[in-house]
Ligand binder design. Structure first.
Ligand SMILES: C[S@@+](CC[C@H](N)C(=O)[O-])C[C@H]1O[C@@H](n2cnc3c(N)ncnc32)[C@H](O)[C@@H]1O
Length: 352
């Protein structure tokens, strides 16, 4: 409980309380930082200043309100602006280190907690749970995405385990199997950016679709055919479920399997556009992407972790030039900072 403070007030019967508050508010004299005291039939309303101004007295009387002036100890109101305001039992020196950002993914929260605060993770989780009433489970992100399937390691720190949830980006619903697939809400802008670039009538390949971030954004906005492949069965299950709950202009064909095997065999020269969002390994698939692009040219969106964009340009130029011709680099941008020395870059390149 907050320390009470001595504050001037007016004392009215409970029947007059609402009217009195209205008059005090109108005169800008209500001390809004304190809680009103209710005591049986009597209400004590805190005011600013040391006495009631004459005109306010007159206004109260005009309204037929019987009142007395007094002084009382009032409890300050607590203003809860962030989950940090709900943290209790944590040393002051740690409060400054609490994470300011986290992701809300449907009914769950994903948060990274600094090493020195790990022993308080349950306190942090419960504060988040109390702050976000619609959230059912809070998960700590334990490290970097791992394995071929790029799954984020998670640990439940508050609430209860959520198997499946629905996450929304720009009005598009994504079914998410928690802890079973890659998920990164920071890619939302990038999903929408690529969807804007696509023209109606295109055939698009989303080579590493995950839960379908790019595929669903594109098919939501454009009349296209998107072939969406992933090696993780949960990612494809998510995408299939999401297709049932979204109204799309285009068509999405989810395919479970290894992109490097499927496409170069059966889809040579078919696509107008290939999206390659597997930043740690995409270089190994670049030649496959070149094979599936239409003979008369197409666009590759190439995502890659690197220390500098020049590394990515060099890699892409060397690899593509050995099989096709680069007509133009259409766009080059940093998508996000992955670590102090590693960034996620995207290069959009027009290839003949
Ligand atoms: C970075 S995630 C994709 C994220 C997704 N594009 C998005 O925007 O949310 C990379 C995905 O590639 C998939 N993957 C890895 N190797 C693959 C392969 N050889 N063929 C198909 N998918 C693969 C992983 O399972 C993972 O879902």
């Amino acid at each position: 409980m907050n320390d009470k403070q001595k504050v001037h007030c007016i004392i009215v019967s409970k029947h007059d309380a609402e009217k009195a508050i209205r008059v005090l508010k109108k005169s800008d004299i209500l001390a809004t930082g304190f809680k009103i005291i209710r005591c049986n039939d009597v209400i004590k309303i805190p005011i600013t200043g040391k006495s009631l101004p004459k005109d306010v007295e007159e206004n109260l009387t005009k309204e037929g309100i019987v009142f007395k002036e007094g002084v009382n100890y009032f409890e300050p109101k607590t203003f809860i602006k962030t989950y940090k305001d709900l943290i209790k039992n944590m040393p002051r020196s740690f409060l400054d280190k609490l994470p300011a950002s986290y992701d809300i993914v449907g009914e769950i929260i994903l948060i990274r907690i600094p090493e020195e605060l790990r022993s308080y993770s349950h306190i942090i989780g419960n504060a988040l749970l109390n702050f976000h009433k619609n959230v059912k489970g809070v998960y700590e992100i334990l490290g970097e995405t791992y394995g071929v399937e790029r799954v984020t390691p998670l640990k439940l720190i508050a609430g209860h385990k959520v198997e499946k949830t629905i996450y929304v980006e720009h009005g598009i619903k994504f079914v998410v199997y928690v802890g079973k697939t890659y998920i990164n809400p920071s890619l939302c802008f990038e999903h929408a950016r690529i969807a804007k670039e696509v023209y109606d009538g295109e055939k698009v390949l989303d080579m590493f679709c995950g839960i379908g971030g790019f595929s669903l954004h594109i098919a939501y906005a454009k009349k296209v055919e998107v072939y969406a492949t992933d090696i993780n069965p949960y990612a494809i299950m998510s995408l299939i479920s999401s297709l049932k709950i979204n109204k799309l202009k285009g068509k999405v064909y989810p395919i479970l399997g290894d992109s490097s095997l499927i496409y170069s065999k059966f889809f040579r020269g078919v696509f107008d556009r290939v999206i390659m969002n597997l930043p740690a390994y995409s270089h190994g698939f670049l030649k496959h992407a070149c094979k599936v692009l239409k003979e008369d040219g197409g666009i590759i969106h190439y995502y890659r972790f690197a220390e500098s964009i020049n590394e990515v340009i060099y890699e892409i130029s060397r690899t593509i030039s050995s099989v096709r011709r680069i007509v133009k680099f259409l766009n080059v941008r940093t998508v996000l900072e992955a670590s102090p020395r590693k960034r996620l870059y995207v290069v959009d390149v027009y290839v003949m």
